[in-house]
Design a protein around this ligand. Structure first.
Ligand code: ADP
Ligand code: MG
Length: 331
């Protein structure tokens, strides 16, 4: 029902960047090898995500817009339902607060399109496309004027979109990403592009980090690979001699999802305490992976907090893993 979807939207979608996050995550879940994101006016008037993933059959299009309809939980997942987040809420929420169109084609099916605007769903129509999915979201929050007021400048919203796309791109180095500003119409202007990386996981991440943070970071970063009681930490962390001015370049992921977590940031700082002056932030891209039962990544759908079952263990892994790598490098 439209009113419930509008309320849920407030939980899932805070701003254009959170819509981008949900749509790109859907593309990645669909197995996309290539994801293109376009936006206009900081995402306020237009967000468009195109992927070459598995697509949605015409019959499933209305389901994709129904609350709690998800293709991603089977019986075995029900126990750790939290790790899958607020399932099946993103598309109905976006369709309740904006004008949403999904155009998609799954293998063995014809292409089709469905639109929903302010919660009103239209019929499925045929559409011509080769494969994959394009989701277009126009006029975010037009149906909820109170939310509309809370959006920041185009520039600030663009910055937030760019940041989340880069974080998602870091977590998926084998996927190609393009980000385009189409505010001035036409094909727009590419503002970020990362080709699919190759090699093993570390090679690919190294290449992607060079692309996103610069070769200066990648060439001055220590490879991190540490493990403790079922928690693994991988990634790259800057040598203390690497200086990025005052800009914060800390990218943290838990089970492949970008997070912002006080405990983890504190642990990163603590690891560098003796080798980096207090006014500088250690630059790092770190991935913690563990059994989903040991962590809750979806405390809240729009916030990227995490709750480890044993926070001390996670903190210990980060501090000792980084200190070990620093010591081995002579710091
Ligand atoms: P969730 O991702 O939690 O399942 P969503 O509301 O984000 O919920 O999406 C609903 C459903 O629509 C998904 O479970 C999936 O089956 C389908 N879907 C959404 N986006 C895509 C996409 N880009 N490619 C293929 N299927 C998609
Ligand atoms: Mg989703």
């Amino acid at each position: 029902d439209a009113a419930i979807n509008r309320i849920a939207a407030g939980e899932v979608v805070e701003r254009p960047a959170s819509a981008v996050k949900e749509l790109v995550e859907n593309a990645l879940d669909a197995g996309a090898r290539r994801v293109e994101v376009a936006y206009a006016q900081g995402g306020k008037t237009l967000i468009r995500v195109t992927d070459d993933g598995c697509g949605i059959s015409p019959g499933d299009l209305p389901l994709a817009l129904s609350r709690h309809a998800t293709s991603k939980i089977d019986g075995s997942d029900l126990l750790n339902i939290h790790t899958f987040g607020f399932r099946g809420e993103a598309l109905p929420s976006l369709g309740a607060v904006g004008r949403l169109t999904i155009t998609s084609r799954a293998a063995g099916h014809d292409g089709a399109e469905i639109s929903v605007s302010g919660g009103q769903m239209a019929k499925v129509k045929p559409a011509a496309l080769n494969g994959g999915t394009t989701v277009t979201l126009r006029d975010l929050f037009f149906a909820t004027p109170a939310r509309l007021k809370f959006m920041r400048t185009d520039r600030a919203e663009t910055q937030a979109i760019t940041d989340i796309v880069k974080r998602l791109a870091m977590a998926e180095p084998f996927v190609a990403f393009t980000l385009r500003d189409v505010s001035d119409g036409g094909d727009g202007r590419v503002t970020f592009r990362a080709d699919a990386e190759t090699g093993d996981m570390f090679d690919a991440l190294h290449g992607r980090l060079a692309r996103i943070l610069g070769t200066d970071f990648a060439d001055n970063a220590l490879k991190i690979d540490a493990e403790r009681e079922g928690l693994r930490m991988t990634g790259y962390a800057a040598l203390p001699t690497y200086s990025r001015g005052s800009a914060v370049a800390q990218y943290l992921f838990v089970n492949g999802r970008p997070v912002r977590d006080k405990m983890m940031i504190g642990a990163l700082r603590a690891a560098y305490m003796d080798v980096l002056s207090r006014d500088r932030h250690p630059a790092a891209a770190l991935f913690i992976d563990c059994d989903p039962m040991l962590v809750d990544v979806n405390v809240h759908p729009a916030k990227s907090e995490v709750r480890f079952r044993d926070p001390g263990l996670a903190r210990g892994l980060i501090v000792s893993g980084l200190r070990h790598a620093l010591a081995e490098a002579g710091h």
